[in-house]
Design a protein around this ligand. Structure first.
Ligand code: FE
Ligand code: FE
Ligand code: ZN
Length: 283
């Protein structure tokens, strides 16, 4: 299977512009924010732009595209108003994603803000059940992102991700599929040594969550040491995870067919160079 590699792109110019930008930097997948990550309403979608993009994506072998929910949402908030906002936003995002079949939709599970991880897991799952069921005829797969464990973030350990999935699945019998997006910087900062023992980390992922749930990789280096719980992304090969370890990630038999999305601190030309570098390391 071909190497699916791309990066986070600005959605300011619409879908076709993102597709064209992706191709111009050697990418065949990309990620984008569904709306301003700091909140606010999403721009109306232009059906002509979506149509042009879908044709362009087909021609150029682009996809799957990964829509990232605003990182300010908190499905585990203590205040109902904040949880309701997260639910409304996610439901609206999924309605919009119905226009781009087969997309992935990634969100940060949330922060329990002192209520405890168990309560956080309950709140996130219960919200997810409603969001997944209400999504109608959308063909999106919804992904929980593995987190670094900054503050009271839920989803640092695989067990928490699994608990959210289990509680969600137990409460529903229909709706959109649920998967996981593994962020290499986050799991590293969260304490999983993907540089020293990638096989061991994947074994743990498989035992706890199940590798069949893994649908996407955020490929980032980390500014910080293993278990730092910080979440600061570094350019590929310029951080503590290192180039050799990231090369092992893109080539690992259990991971190599997944789509890889860079979220490194880079401008477009930086992304072009990283993509070129990684293509050169692909076996
Ligand atoms: Fe994220
Ligand atoms: Fe990420
Ligand atoms: Zn991050």
């Amino acid at each position: 299977m071909s190497f699916k590699i791309g990066c986070h792109l600005s959605s300011a110019g619409g879908y076709l512009a993102m597709g064209q930008t992706a191709v111009s930097i050697g990418a065949n997948v990309f990620q984008f924010f569904t709306r301003n990550p700091r909140g606010g309403a999403a721009k109306p979608i232009d059906p002509a732009d979506v149509k042009a993009f879908l044709a362009f994506a087909e021609e150029n072998g682009i996809g799957p595209i990964l829509a990232h929910a605003p990182y300010t949402l908190n499905a585990a908030a203590a205040e109902p108003r904040i949880r309701d906002f997260a639910e409304m936003t996610m439901a609206d995002d999924l309605k919009r994603l119905a226009l781009t079949p087969g997309a992935l939709y990634n969100f940060h599970p949330g922060s329990h803000v002192g209520q405890g991880a168990e309560k956080g897991i309950e709140l996130i799952s219960d919200l997810l059940v409603r969001v997944l069921k209400e999504a109608g005829d959308c063909t999106t797969t919804v992904l929980l992102e593995t987190m670094a464990g900054k503050g009271s973030e839920v989803g640092r350990v695989f067990e928490e991700v699994k608990a959210i999935i289990d509680r969600t699945e137990a409460q529903r019998d229909n709706g959109l599929p649920l998967g996981v997006c593994l962020d290499t910087c986050h799991v590293w900062d969260g304490g999983y040594d993907i540089a020293g023992d990638l096989d061991g980390v994947l074994r743990q992922f498989d035992e706890v969550i199940g590798l069949s749930r893994l649908k996407a990789i955020h490929l980032n280096d980390s500014m910080n040491a293993l278990s730092a719980h910080k979440d600061r992304h570094a350019p590929i090969g310029k951080g503590k995870i290192g180039l050799d370890a990231l090369a092992a990630v893109i080539n690992h038999p259990l991971l190599r067919d997944l789509p890889f999305y860079l979220e490194t601190p880079c401008d477009l030309d930086g992304y072009r160079k990283e993509i070129e570098l990684l293509k050169g390391l692909r076996k």
